[in-house]
Write a protein that binds this ligand. Sequence first.
Ligand code: PEP
Ligand code: MG
Length: 602
Amino acid sequence: MTSLAKGNDLTFSVHGLAVSRGIAIGRAVLVASSRADVAHYFVDADKTDLEITRVRTARNAVVEEITRLQQDLPKDAPHEISALLDVHLMLLQDDQLIGGVKKWITDRRYNAEWALTTQFEAIARQFDDMEDEYLRERKADLEQVVERILRRMKGMASPMQAMQPVAQAGASRKQSQQGLLLDDTVDVPLVLIAHDISPADMLQFKQSLFAGFATDVGGKTSHTAIVARSMDIPAVVGARSASQLIEQDDWVIIDGDAGILIVDPSPIILAEYGFKQRQGELERERLSRLKNTAAITLDNQRIELMANIELPGDTLGAVKAGAVGVGLFRSEFLFMGRAGKLPNEEEQYTAYRQAIEGMQGLPVTIRTVDIGSDKPLDRASDRMEKAQDTHLNPALGLRAIRWSLADPPMFLTQLRAILRAAARGQVNLLVPMLAHLSEIKQTLLLLDRARVQLDNQGIAYGPVRLGAMIEIPAAALTLKMFLKYFDFLSIGTNDLIQYTLAIDRADESVAHLYDPCHPAVLRLIADTIAECNAQGKGVSVCGEMAGDVAMTKLLLGLGLRSFSMHPSQILAVKQQILRADTAKLKPWAELVLGSEDPAAML
Ligand code: PEP
Ligand code: MG
């Protein structure tokens, strides 16, 4: 933490990892990760009283419940139980709790649940700061009391819930800008601050209009960071104690280029960042003119720029950015945040078909489910939860194709849905995290079985090009075997770096060692591209490296002609391509590849 401003001793900065470019300036909304499933939305001005009544009614019901419990205690019950219930009653009736909740509802128009959890966090901080151990421990009691009120409120539908979707605070704000809901008092940009957010919860926030976001934990290529990048808003991860230092409603600048958060900025700093923000907007406007320009290098090489998507709706942005197809549809996002209930064949078929239709005839590469590691199915789901809890190295555990092969009925359901969708347009089927011949053979066997099942039911399906992801060094070192079985390869650099360097991509404490330019990583990438080119097989990079403009020329020099990235990165990469001459880059890339310190040559 560094103090920045002279004359304003409130200003301080927190450093993290730059994840998504740009500057956001707004008021902090703190969301505890454990409560990301609590509804977050704004309520209409004339509905705030109703929200306050909802909390009060729930609180009173809990008071009654505990009072009854206390009255019914057997005479010989230990004294501690009665004392504990006394503490709960006292906390429930403390003015600070409901008074604070009321304030969040009236001042900020938070819905009742959001206001309650926000006030809980504010009081919990005070408990944390207490010297007296007994008082510090009362935080757990407060948490239990708040959980009870939340449970009560679940049974009492808010009149606003029907109107405004969960976790779409920002979306409601858009309505306010159209004059439908809110007045100026709440119409300021909001930035999301959390200790951690799971990729599934992050996806919920994707629909919102948060201006930026920051988390304490996470690496640059953690899946939470990847979803944030796809939202195309300034973001910083690995900011260590940001969620402890920043308070609800603080003004925060998120500098997504430098990876810095500035809290309570002085007017001079605000003006400086306001200027930077406008410069960034101008740059984006300039880039947008490249949308319809073909991605062709100075020496006439046509480069394929495709999109990475998480949900079918993302195809809108992909087409808008001029993508020539989807190079990676991370299908696991259809599986997450559903309390372990997996999408059935129909549901998946509909989603894949929507993506195909969204791309208007361009190819769509659907990757089979990559659940596991930092992408658990759900906090509450049984199998993954256990796997996450009991296995110390989830990145090395039951993940991606290993998970699919461990559950053939689930995998067959997905394969049938993809094959059926392939009857509606060009589909490439991509398999993540393969390493073994046995895994390849089992996958192919199940694919055949899925076709037979569809034949038996008389259901139409289409042809697919079959691809494997190269994400494990073992795969990159056995390319010839892979190319015997697959039509194309897609290099998942996020995992290839993780597994080559033994660096957990989601762990900010080793983020400084996560090096895309390590000679070993570059060697594996170069060999994969060269082998595919030599055999006339398709090869692309779909990891975050593909969207990093600092890497574009090197990848072109290594012979890569197909890139897949978030739509928001396409135009900046295209600009690099238009200025590149691959004939000149080739010998230079050889030199980089042979260097001890490739990063110094970029
Ligand atoms: C990768 O590993 O590079 C990749 C694209 O897959 P994911 O980021 O989803 O693991
Ligand atoms: Mg991967």
